[in-house]
Design a protein around this ligand. Structure first.
Ligand code: AMP
Length: 191
């Protein structure tokens, strides 16, 4: 199962991806996690990415495209993968199509978790307050910027994937078990 997870910050992509990781025994490839690891390691990439991420802006397409392409070649992706947080721009979506074609594979579905903007702000501010280990990009101002960036650059991907017949949309604001049931239902129809 080769999947892309689409949805604004806080829509529950990470939580739902974890459930699918167990169900299909495929890895979750989160570009946010990969970039945070690079920041923590203080690698040249991490040093460049940190300020961009702290503002809630997007790291350049070429950087993330290269990280994803390399990651897809690792052995654990042989039976599939869940891309979480990538692609985030139309240019990334096109780069992904090209790299998959080159590797001789294709996406099975693109799962969109739909979510209401105001509810998302409340959800993420809450997550930051409860965890005590707030991410630098979880404060409200940065969060609003991340949502703006999502609406402007990433939301158009839904239409892009709909036109390819790949899009499956689910209401992400319901309870976790309700969302995961809806996800299972739409994916059950895929494979
Ligand atoms: P996330 O954990 O997916 O919310 O990502 C956290 C941050 O990492 C984002 O706000 C961006 O700054 C950066 N990032 C993650 N994925 C991408 C991507 N596909 N393209 C550009 N920047 C990304």
């Amino acid at each position: 199962m080769r999947l892309v997870f689409l949805g604004p910050p806080g829509a529950g992509k990470g939580t739902q991806a974890e459930i699918l990781v167990q169900r299909y025994s495929i890895p979750q490839l989160s570009t946010g996690d990969m970039l945070r690891a690079a920041v923590a390691a203080k690698s040249p990439l991490g040093l460049k990415a940190k300020q961009i991420m702290d503002r809630g802006d997007l790291v350049s397409d070429s950087v993330v495209d290269a990280i994803v392409s390399q990651r897809l070649d690792e052995a654990d992706c042989a039976n599939g993968f869940i891309l979480d947080g990538y692609p985030r721009t139309l240019a990334q979506a096109e780069a992904l199509q090209a790299m998959l074609a080159e590797k001789g594979i294709a996406l099975d579905a693109v799962l969109e978790l739909q979510a209401d903007r105001d509810a998302l702000v409340a959800r993420i501010v809450n997550r930051a307050a409860q965890s005590g280990t707030a991410r630098a990009d979880d404060n409200e101002e940065v969060l609003r910027n991340r949502l703006d960036v999502y609406n402007e650059l990433t939301a158009p991907l839904a239409a892009y994937y709909r036109s390819k017949g790949l899009l499956r949309s689910v209401d992400g604001m319901a309870r976790i078990d309700t969302v995961s049931k809806a996800v299972a239902d739409v994916l059950g129809a895929v494979k």
